[in-house]
Design a protein around this ligand. Structure first.
Ligand SMILES: CC(C)=CCC/C(C)=C/CC/C(C)=C/CC/C(C)=C/COC[C@@H](COP(=O)(O)O)OC/C=C(\C)CC/C=C(\C)CC/C=C(\C)CCC=C(C)C
Ligand SMILES: Nc1ccn([C@@H]2O[C@H](COP(=O)(O)OP(=O)(O)OP(=O)(O)O)[C@@H](O)[C@H]2O)c(=O)n1
Ligand SMILES: [Mg+2]
Length: 175
């Protein structure tokens, strides 16, 4: 789950600049996504998540270069492994983006909390994209028990990291 967990804090740390919706407002008078979703956040978050996943892959393989190993745990080829990691990383930010879209349609301003959704949107986005990329990888790694544990622990981890982010001045709200 690390490649899915890291992109959000990375986007908080390195995001900013041009918004993904190019400042466009829809007919309901609200922004498509809002100023909290930027190109830099999406790009930096995805790349950092990808690197964390590759580092993890190298570590679990005992330090071999990812270029000359085959890791059945992650998929049967190097390209397959990268695709899985990329899907977890990019998918987590897509989930977050999709929920921002919904939040704006609900007239919730940037940063307004949407409990449970805020805590799990990135997990659901990551799982959906990785399932689409490799259903076999998803099914063979995520048993019902593991899914349940992640769904219970993630909101707790999210609250802890966000309070840390708030205290160190990276996040505007502690949620
Ligand atoms: C789930 C299971 C079974 C195991 C996972 C255990 C594991 C390996 C945890 C890793 C720790 C980790 C990276 C936790 C973060 C997970 C998470 C839910 C992140 C959500 O991102 C929140 C982010 C903004 O989110 P938002 O856009 O949705 O609002 O928060 C921003 C916070 C910061 C920028 C502060 C800096 C935080 C980090 C660099 C992440 C590192 C995390 C910690 C040092 C705290 C870890 C705490 C515990 C209790 C493990
Ligand atoms: N694709 C992204 C995602 C996040 N961020 C940065 O990370 C911060 C925290 O993300 P999040 O809590 O998801 O955004 P909010 O500002 O709360 O906006 P929203 O109400 O749309 O969730 C954002 O403010 C923004 O600076 C970014 O730049 N680009
Ligand atoms: Mg938020």
């Amino acid at each position: 789950m690390l490649p899915a967990y890291i992109p959000s804090p990375a986007a908080s740390l390195f995001g900013g600049g041009k918004p993904l919706d190019f400042n466009v407002t829809l007919k309901d008078g609200e922004r498509v996504f809002g100023d909290g979703k930027t190109f830099r956040g999406l790009f930096a978050g995805t790349i950092i998540g990808l690197f964390i996943g590759i580092a993890q892959m190298v570590l679990v393989s005992g330090g071999y270069s990812p270029f000359d190993i085959q890791l059945p745990k992650f998929g049967s080829s190097f390209i397959g492994s990268i695709l899985v990691i990329f899907s977890l990383s990019f998918g987590s930010l897509l989930g977050d983006l999709f929920m921002s879209f919904l939040k704006r349609r609900l007239k919730l301003k940037r940063g307004a909390p949407l409990p449970v959704i805020d805590q799990l949107d990135f997990v659901l986005g990551a799982w959906l994209l990785v399932y689409l990329a490799s259903p076999v990888w998803f099914i063979s790694n995520f048993t019902y028990k593991i899914i349940l544990i992640i769904l219970i622990l993630t909101p707790l981890l999210h609250i802890v990291t966000n309070v840390i982010g708030y205290l160190i001045g990276v996040k505007k709200e502690p949620w």
